[in-house]
Design a protein around this ligand. Structure first.
Ligand SMILES: Nc1ncnc2c1ncn2[C@@H]1O[C@H](COP(=O)(O)OP(=O)(O)O)[C@@H](O)[C@H]1O
Ligand SMILES: [Mg+2]
Length: 546
């Protein structure tokens, strides 16, 4: 054990311990250390370091023999720390915080690997992030408890602080999972088209874990599909998320048309003007039909000129929504949402690349998928608990999350906000990636129990610290973090704020993947062929067959 200092005193009022630093090269602010005596260990966290004159009253208490000072040295390094945990060796018990206190003269040591074990600091072991002690990245890696997922995630940090990379590592850990498969399934709304590239290595020739839905899929990748959403799946509620439809007139009109279209399709009303030959879904029907002929079919409510105004306005709005991203909208029905729901329940992740579509359409797609997932999980939980128990938790990752979670959006009843507030009962969670956490609704922030905070500007660091337990002392440090450095609070997993350093995704892959058995070059996370070799194998099989 490496001795780094000795205790001066414990201030009960401030709940702070002060110690003389004897090894300046090791002790840093935001560092973890321990005070060890014969029967106890106190785990401490340094919150402040400063030089104090030796001539002062502090100087009179220091035991000079402990210091390798030059003659004439006038200052000593003096540290202030919080006690995180008291561990009693004799009966192997621990107290979060402390019941007794460290004493003057007790030695302060650097941590060892064993200190992170279950009985002691008890940090869950997963290859997620390195524990950081000050600026030093320790070899010890920590994660979180498997059931933390349902209490949501917030990954916040300034531009280029390493959010997207950390999100990929989180997804890597989630998808790799354990002997029971992935920890959760979900959907990633990817505004810059950057997630699949990092995650596709989790697919092997024999197993799909991540599916890429994009406008221009790589045709040779069997896990890439074209992103096409059937118009028939849209409900008036989804459309209201992106355009202001009048809730008194236009929205009920859309509902009426939607159910009318169903009746026509089921043959419950006669299709004497051949609606079905012109339109394959209710949205197209509104756009294509001539109000003079169509409105009387809906009954007397819409028979007057007001009805016509409503229909014209709805037509215009629908056309403008669709024309933005014509490529996305499929005229034919495909069971894409059903596929996503079933995949997510089994632990698959879907990267929805919305980088080349408009913000409105991206929002619409997000709303559509999130609504379906939430409805399905909630319905299952209520109606078929046994089946629901088999479902993996379902996550929805959104970047630039203020678009969904600002106070304004949250009070409008945005579905992502709704999931953030109510999802945990049904195992639906959000992963919120955000530059500016002060722009997120406070009630939403309070529901988020896993917070990864990378570098933030001071104003945002303050806002975040106000709504996060344990973290207050770090408010002044957060603005100075390097890329990938952060602090992790997971209230279901451990009881303090843990400084961490994330690996780059490619390094995480290197330490979690083996090599493909065939090319011996490409990484694969489960044993077997990489998808590249799987692809070649398939082509060869096809050739042999011809
Ligand atoms: N864990 C890390 N360690 C070292 N550098 C990192 C780390 N994470 C990110 N970076 C650097 O920061 C850049 C931006 O990372 P990114 O995850 O895209 O940030 P953000 O999403 O916050 O804008 C990366 O290209 C990389 O150079
Ligand atoms: Mg990013």
């Amino acid at each position: 054990m490496n001795k780094v200092g000795s205790v001066d005193f414990f201030d009960g009022n401030k709940r702070k311990m002060y110690f003389f630093v004897e090894n300046e090269n090791i002790v840093e602010e935001e560092g973890f250390y321990k005070v060890e005596t014969d029967d106890k260990i106190f785990y401490i966290f340094v919150t402040n370091l400063e030089e104090r004159p030796i001539d002062s009253d502090i100087g009179s208490r220091v035991n000079r023999e402990d210091f390798a000072y030059d003659l004439g040295e006038r200052y000593i390094l003096y540290a202030q720390a919080s006690v995180l945990l008291e561990y009693r060796k004799k009966n192997n018990t621990k107290v979060i915080g402390y019941k007794t206190i460290p004493r003057h003269g007790n030695s302060v040591y650097e941590l060892e690997d064993i200190d992170f074990e279950k009985d002691r600091l008890g940090l869950p072991r997963l290859d997620f992030a390195h524990v950081r002690s000050g600026s030093q990245k320790l070899d010890t890696k920590v994660g979180f408890k498997k059931d933390s997922y349902i209490t949501h995630w917030l990954l916040s940090g300034w531009t280029c602080s390493g959010k997207t990379n950390a999100a990929k590592v989180l997804l890597g850990v989630t998808i790799k999972g354990d002997e029971n498969g992935s920890f959760a399934g979900g959907v990633i709304i990817d505004p810059h088209g950057e997630y699949y590239e990092g995650l596709k290595v989790l697919n092997s020739a024999s197993q799909t874990k991540v599916v890429h839905l994009t406008i221009n899929p790589d045709r040779s990748d069997k896990n890439a599909q074209s992103l096409s959403i059937p118009l028939a799946l849209l409900t008036p509620n989804d459309l209201c998320e992106v355009r202001n439809f009048n809730p008194e007139t236009q929205k009920p009109f859309m509902w009426r048309c939607r159910s009318y279209f169903w009746k026509v399709q089921k043959g419950e009303v006669s299709d004497d003007t051949q609606i079905l030959s012109r339109s394959k879904n209710w949205v197209e029907m509104i756009i294509n039909e001539d109000p003079d002929k169509f409105l009387p079919k809906l009954g007397s409510d819409y028979g007057d000129s007001a009805g016509r105004k409503v229909m014209d306005a709805v037509k215009r709005r629908l056309r403008s929504i669709i024309k933005d991203d014509d490529l996305i909208w499929g005229r034919e029905y495909t069971p894409i949402l059903k596929e996503i729901k079933e995949g997510v329940a089994r632990g698959l992740w879907y990267v929805i690349d919305v980088s080349s579509i408009s913000n409105n359409t991206a929002k619409l797609i997000t709303s559509l998928i999130a609504n379906e997932l939430f409805k399905d999980y909630k319905g299952m939980c209520i109606n078929n608990k046994a089946e629901w128990k088999k479902y993996k938790p379902a996550g929805i990752l959104v970047e630039e999350a203020h678009n969904y979670l600002s106070s304004e959006e949250a009070s409008k009843g945005n579905i992502i906000a709704k999931i953030a507030k109510e999802g945990r009962k049904f195992k639906v969670f959000t992963i919120v990636v955000e530059q500016d956490p002060s722009g997120i609704d406070e009630r939403v922030l309070k529901q988020i129990h896993n917070k990864i905070t990378l570098q933030l500007i001071p104003k945002d660091a303050r806002a975040l610290c106000d709504t996060t337990p344990y973290i207050g002392e770090l408010e002044k440090k957060i603005p100075y973090y390097e890329p990938g450095e952060g602090v992790f609070v997971s209230t279901g997993s451990f009881n303090f704020a843990l400084p961490v350093k994330f690996p780059m995704m490619k390094d995480w892959v290197a330490s979690n993947a083996g090599k493909c058995v065939k090319c011996k070059k490409n990484p694969v996370v489960d044993a077997g062929l990489c998808s590249e070799c799987g692809k070649n194998q398939k082509a060869k099989d096809a050739e042999a067959f011809m």
